[in-house]
Design a protein around this ligand. Sequence first.
Ligand code: SF4
Length: 342
Amino acid sequence: MKRSPHSSPREHPGSSDFASREEATTLFGPVPSRRLGRSLGIDVIPPKTCSFDCVYCESGRTTCHTLERKVFVPPERIIQDLRNHLSDHPGQTDILTLSSAGEPTLYSALGDLLHMVKENFPELPLAVLTNGSLLWDPQVRKDLRWADIVIPSLDAVTSEVFRTINRPCRGLTVDAILEGLLAFRKEYRGHLRVEVLLVSHHNDHPAELARLARVLQAVQPDAVELNTVVRPPAFPGAGGLSQGAMEGSLAHFSGLNARIIGSYQGGGISRSEDRLDRRILALLERRPCAAMEMAQSLSVSPARMEQTLEGLLKTGSIVAYPHGGALYYCLPTRGHQRSRDG
Ligand code: SF4
């Protein structure tokens, strides 16, 4: 049934987990995404509620390891938040992206939400980033049909590598995920990009890369994106690949429209400096960030950013630690382990 943009809010039982979080935010950014441009994030999942506990996760260790789908926040609230944000900040968003420090397909009102977003904001493309772990569920595949772009990740095709890198919930098998991905490709009419995140000494062995490429040849996504660990990972041993190693890996994926995800090249995002500390905390709730990156994302001067970060450090609201030659900031509660160079 088509839903009117002004239809009465529908009650979604079971939304208390999210709503009870004080000042819980359902939107973040826009952040300058390396692959999507100025992306306004929609977050429907409590932080680190996930079917995986990936070694490379930039949001820290998974605290709620689950396969149970729930309505964590009513979709009507997200639509209202979007309406407010887009009217307050016109022309500053290129794309809406369902993404979180957890797995978005665990949101059981996903189909309703995506449908409502497309009805209310048809001018903006809608993307979903997912770990792909629930694609074996026909309802999840059906829910995702409203998205213009779906980007599932696929880091491994053998059980041992899958268990080591993605650390899935008990009972979740790589075979079920692969079957789900193949079924989704057949049913989905939108743009399907598969992301492969490469972790040094985990899934970058030529034999595993060749197996991954064979599976992707069968799936035939519209594009393949190779990524690697850049930010501080949940597990200190999860290291990124060098540029040379990434280019060497890319050679395995010929004929698949594959590329290494590059740096963001888009324009700046003009934003006022109001409530900068809260906007910084909202960004850091999802992932650790460096000061320059936050200054660019929130369109404030580096000096203003440094000053605000200093204040947040003094009150203990955030912590800083070095990783890979850069200084990263994160929430003290995010559960990141210090990297070896930290
Ligand atoms: S990287 Fe994504 S899928 Fe993996 S644990 Fe983090 S939130 Fe979950």
